[in-house]
Every structure is written in structure tokens, then in C-alpha cells.
Design a protein around this ligand. Structure first.
Ligand code: GDP
Ligand code: IMO
Ligand code: MG
Length: 437
């Protein structure tokens, strides 16, 4: 740890306040040098978190973004749906680069396992939906969470009891093979094959299985610092997002407690990550989306391609209406604004400040998610800046108009800006107020 440990214990949540890919991974990596543990609490390997350190890029999907800081323990809490195949690949990739994963990673035995039938079902459903497809990452996330809620799921702990696993798998596979074969006209999965693979993969990780909740309580009572790393973004939340175009987990702050086993009193600070503009991958409403050269310029300068699927990300102006809601539902303490540099050279920058729906002016998104498709947006315009902000590390060194834009974001979005990211590299940041200070 590089920060002095004299203050009281601090736990920080880092979460996305838009539709994902806000730059959470970069910021978690940056902050993880000052914490003792980094914890994932929801989602799965649908996430793609990019870290750039001295020009070297690492994309993490399931392993917490603290893994490149040798002093941070990493934990996967019970709220995460785990593909052991994806975890094995990610672990091997990191270890081939000399990163010690196995001695630093702990996995909760209560994590639901993503089984091969979940991925098959996800893909089959998306194909069947045709034009109405959600545009999922195809990683089996939705079906795995459904099995958890229907109490049909297989948990990590089940992988270490052959008899119990066989019984549970028989029941689950009976059900899913019926759907695959009769509804989607696909091939059945072989019970023996799925069982053998699950047992083998389970054996690879047996030594990493640990009571994450108990470990977090121990760390807290020892005065250690813990960082909770969100995946996806608030507008993809199953309850608060643009349903049904959402992911299948709660991506908002409540999931920190349920997905890791801590109480709300153990959350001291919530850092909401937002880009200086907006992006979205997959289908669904996006009121401030741009379809012109400005949007194409942002996509190209921001290298806006999904870190998990490689799909181009849709780009648009900052949406202060949606961000206001994200600040409220997460109790955001401070925002971190990323990719400010991508707006360099844009002549006039716009921000969506209110919606209009059937003549009514809305300062918060509509509660009926179908209404999102019919919204009109009221914009406020800000003069852009022509200088480069790339790599700037002091607020006062930003061009005047960039400083004014950040200040306006604070008043429009309902929380102060505590950090600004000015490039993909770990060192390209302006820290106005350190979340752990
Ligand atoms: P996450 O899912 O929230 O961790 O974000 P992703 O890694 O999917 O996408 C963010 C992308 O933006 C990655 O390619 C990052 O390397 C990059 N990035 C993060 N912060 C900045 C920044 O301030 N400026 C620029 N130009 N790129 C950034
Ligand atoms: P990170 O953590 C951006 C989107 C998918 C799709 C919807 C449902 O990198 O920010 P799913 O596979 O979860 O059932 O897909 O959610 N989605 C993401 N979009 N970033 C992510 O993660 C995402 N994870 C899922 O594109 O629209
Ligand atoms: Mg991402």
C-alpha cells in the first residue's frame, strides 16, 4: 500500500453510470495500489475491462482489475456468475505473462456456475429474437442468472461433491435439453461430457474457493481498504436500466452488499464512472445517440469497439438526465469523467439536459421503459477546445473550455467530479479528490 494507513478503514465502490465501458477497469487498476483487496460482485465474463500500463494493454473479463498490483488480493464474490472455462483461460494468459493469479485470487463457493447449456441457450434465444434481439454478449449470463433465481443453478461448491453434482446436473440438463431440442431444434448436450468437464474445471480451482464474505469482514475489522469493482453500467441494471435491453444482474450499488456479503455501513464512498460523452453496445434506446460525422469522429478517436465482443460501440453526447438518475440510485459520492481527450477538437459539445415526452418536460428518465424509445432531448451547447488534453495531470493545465465543461457536468449531473481521465494509460489522470483520501 502506498497511501498511509492512518485514517479509518475505507471501502470504495467503482461502478459504471452509463451503459458500460466507461473505463472502470482503468480506474480500478489505478486505485488498487492503495487498497488491500479488489472484489467483483456481479456480472460475469460479459465484462471487458481494459488496463493500459506503460503502453501494455490487458483486457480482463472475470478477474478483478487489481490483479496487476501485486499487493492487492482479488476476490470474486457470490453475485458473480462464473464460467470456469473463461476463468481458466484468463488465469493462464496472465500467468504466461508472469502475473501470479492463483496465490492472490479467491472465489466464493456460492457463485453460480455458467454451464455450457447457458451459452447455447443465450445464443439460440438471440437468434430466435431476430430484429428484437437484445444484442447480448452471448456468454450465457442471462440463462445462468435465471437458473440461480429458479433454484436450478449449480454453484461452485457443488463441483466438489460428485454425487450432488450428478443429481443437480441431471435435473438441470433434463430441463435445458428439452428446451434446446424441442423449442430450438438443437442438439442435446451429453450428460457425461458436461459432468466430466465441470468436475475437471472445478478441480483446477479447488484451492481458490474461500468464504469471501468472511474474508471481507476480517479485512474490514483489521482496518484494511477494499475496492468493489462494478461491471456493466447503471443503465444496464435489470431493475433500473432500459429494460428489457439490459443485462441480467443488478449493476447498481445495492449489488455490492448482496453480491459480496457486506452491509451498507461498509461502503464509504461510491465513485461513478462516466465518459465525457456516451456509448452503448448492443440494442436498446439511446436518446443522445449521434448518427453523423461527429459521432463517427468520437468512435474513431475513442477507439470505440467492445472489449469483449469487438462490436462497434454506438456513440452520442453526454446524457445528464440519465446520469442524474445514476447518481441518485447509486448514491454517487463523486464522478470520474473518462475520455475527456476524445472530445479534443470538437467545435461545439452538446449535453442532453432534459427529455420531452408527449409535450411534458422530464428531468429524470421515464419510469415506463418503453417510453425511452419516444423521447426527444433538450440540449445545452458548450464551446469545445482545440488544444490536446491527452495525458494532462493537473486541472489547471486543461484548456479553459474543458474546465468549464467539467464544472457544468457537476451541476447538471448531481454530484461533484473528483477524477478526470485524459488517456488510456494508468498515469493519464487528474485527481481532484482521491476517493481513499
Ligand atoms: P470498462 O468496461 O468500463 O472497464 O471500459 P472498457 O475497458 O471496456 O472501455 C474503455 C476503453 O477506453 C478502453 O479501451 C480504455 O483503454 C479506454 N480508456 C479509458 N480511459 C480513457 C481515457 O481517458 N482516454 C482514452 N482515450 N481512452 C481511455
Ligand atoms: P463492461 O463491464 C457494455 C450489454 C450487452 C447487451 C446487454 C446484455 O465491460 O462495462 P449480456 O451478455 O450481459 O446478457 O448482454 O448488456 N453488456 C455490456 N455493454 N459493457 C459491458 O460490460 C457489458 N456487459 C453486457 O452488449 O446490450
Ligand atoms: Mg468494457
Amino acid at each position: 500500500m502506498t497511501m498511509s494507513g492512518t485514517g479509518s478503514a475505507k471501502s470504495v465502490v467503482v461502478l459504471g453510470t452509463q451503459w458500460g465501458d466507461e473505463g472502470k477497469g482503468k480506474i480500478v487498476d489505478l486505485l488498487s495500489k492503495d487498497v488491500d483487496a479488489v472484489v467483483r460482485f456481479q456480472g460475469g465474463h460479459n465484462a471487458g475491462h481494459t488496463l493500459v500500463i506503460d503502453g501494455q494493454k490487458t483486457v480482463l473479463h472475470l478477474i478483478p482489475s487489481g490483479i496487476l498490483n501485486a499487493d492487492a488480493q482479488c476476490m470474486i464474490g457470490n453475485g458473480v456468475v462464473v464460467s470456469l472455462e473463461a476463468l481458466k483461460k484468463e488465469t493462464e494468459d496472465l500467468e504466461s505473462r508472469g502475473v501470479d493469479v492463483r496465490s492472490r485470487l479467491k472465489i466464493s463457493p456460492a457463485c453460480p456456475v455458467i454451464m455450457p447449456y447457458h451459452e447455447k441457450l443465450d445464443l439460440a434465444r438471440e437468434t430466435a429474437l431476430g430484429k428484437k434481439a437484445i444484442g447480448t454478449t452471448g456468454r450465457g449470463i442471462g440463462p445462468a442468472y435465471e437458473d440461480k433465481v429458479s433454484r436450478r443453478g449449480i454453484r461452485i461448491s457443488d463441483l466438489y461433491n460428485h454425487v450432488l453434482l450428478s443429481e443437480k446436473l441431471e435435473e438441470a440438463l433434463d430441463f435445458h435439453n428439452f428446451v434446446l431440442e424441442k423449442y430450438f431444434h438443437m442438439q442435446r448436450l451429453s450428460f457425461d461430457r458436461v459432468l466430466d468437464d465441470a468436475l475437471q474445471l472445478g478441480a483446477c480451482f479447488s484451492e481458490l474457493v474461500a468464504d469471501v464474505a468472511a474474508e471481507l469482514h476480517r479485512l474490514r475489522s483489521d482496518g484494511k481498504r477494499v475496492l468493489f469493482e462494478g461491471a456493466q453500467g447503471s443503465l444496464l441494471d435489470i431493475d433500473h436500466g432500459t429494460y428489457p435491453f439490459v443485462t441480467s444482474s443488478n449493476t447498481t450499488v445495492g449489488a455490492v452488499c448482496t453480491g459480496s456479503g457486506i452491509g451498507p455501513d461498509a461502503i464509504d464512498y461510491v465513485l461513478g464512472i462516466t465518459k465525457a460523452y456516451t456509448t452503448r453496445v448492443g440494442s436498446g434506446p439511446f436518446p443522445t445517440e449521434l448518427f453523423d460525422d461527429i459521432g463517427a469522429g468520437i468512435a474513431s478517436r475513442g477507439d470505440e469497439f467492445g472489449a469483449t465482443t469487438g462490436r462497434p460501440r454506438r456513440c452520442g453526447w453526454l446524457d445528464a438526465v440519465a446520469l442524474r438518475k445514476a447518481a441518485q440510485i447509486n448514491g454517487v459520492t463523486g464522478f470520474c469523467v473518462t475520455k475527456l481527450d476524445v472530445l479534443d477538437g470538437v467545435e461545439t459539445i452538446k449535453v442532453g439536459t432534459a427529455y420531452r415526452l408527449g409535450g411534458e418536460r422530464l428531468e429524470l428518465p421515464p419510469l415506463n421503459s418503453e417510453a425511452w424509445a419516444d423521447l426527444e432531448v433538450e440540449y445545452e451547447s458548450f464551446p469545445g477546445w482545440q488544444q490536446s488534453t491527452r495525458g494532462v495531470t493537473r486541472f489547471d493545465d486543461l484548456p479553459f473550455n474543458a474546465r468549464a465543461y467539467i464544472k457544468s457536468m457537476e451541476s447538471l449531473c448531481g454530484a461533484p467530479v473528483h477524477m478526470i481521465s485524459t488517456g488510456p494509460d494508468r498515469k493519464e489522470n487528474i485527481i481532484l479528490q482521491h476517493p481513499l483520501a
